[in-house]
Design a protein around this ligand. Sequence first.
Ligand code: NAD
Length: 329
Amino acid sequence: MHLANKKVVVCGAGGFIGGHLTRSLIEQNVRSLRAVDIKPLAEWHQIHAGVENLVLDLQDRSACETVVAGAGLVYNFAADMGGMGFIENNKALCMLSVLINTHLLLASRDAGVERFFFASSACVYNAEKQTSADVTPLKEEDAYPAMPEDGYGWEKLFSERMCRHFQEDFGLECRIGRFHNVYGPHGTFDGGREKAPAAICRKVIQAKANARREIEIWGDGRQTRSFTYIDDCLTGIHLLMGSDVREPLNIGSSELVSINQLVDIVEGIAGVKLKRVYNLSAPKGVNGRNSDNTKIRSYFNWEPSTPLQTGVAKTYEWIESRMLAPVSR
Ligand code: NAD
């Protein structure tokens, strides 16, 4: 798909993935870019020159009409979300993101938008398929029968479904990526919304700086996950958005590790060995989850492949640089 002459709108552009996607669209010579987020500009992870940056609440329908005006493509990354600590304790707030997607879809339909991207999540998958750390990777069809993550996952599954019916009933072309634990530089690493890789990097850096040789781990550390480096996530988004694939697609690494193994990697990068204190009452999510990439391979002959070690080293380096110079992010 030729993007250069289209107006492209990135919703949630002040966030982690939206900020990176905006940069990569600039690199692809998209000349007319509109970036939108509810946060004040000073709190955006990345601000890019030459982009029309708008601060608006996309739960509001008239704001959605403003942002999609004249747009060819709309990417929706805007959601009230965070890591396990946030989504387990803020289910109503997570579900209210349905207003963002509903109003963006309505406004996009009415404005004649050509293509709409929805950022879904591995949290849509049926919880009963994720009870063991020794996982069978999740195939796209494992989202049904529906029993997703309470709050956040239900909102994502409902919004996926809405995209599907906007496509069928109104002809709005929608593309849906199910992201699996995306991580990298220029994301949240403190304050309560951070996810496991960033949180572990931060804790290790703090333990090293304080000469405290201890780290708190949520759960028993044996829960398993795969983590997707941001560059792979961007490649997956571009492939999917430029394709005719109308069904939801996993965009996730299949390199499975336990949280203990993730801590081993971060300790290795930092050159420390810490005493592990397991907090068994902290939110820890499902016992095991991995991405089955059969479908994305069959469509694009591609799947995320950045080794966890490589991606975490880049993420650690960035977080450390921010923590040592915490004036601005
Ligand atoms: P993020 O929190 O960094 O970015 C989301 C952005 O949306 C934030 O900047 C936030 O201010 C903005 N936002 C929230 N409410 C808004 C509103 N009412 N109006 C306008 N902007 C609003 O999160 P992220 O990691 O960049 O995730 C982007 C998308 O991908 C989200 O939809 C998320 O659910 C999905 N996702 C992310 C991951 C991941 O591991 N990062 C995994 C699965 C799905």
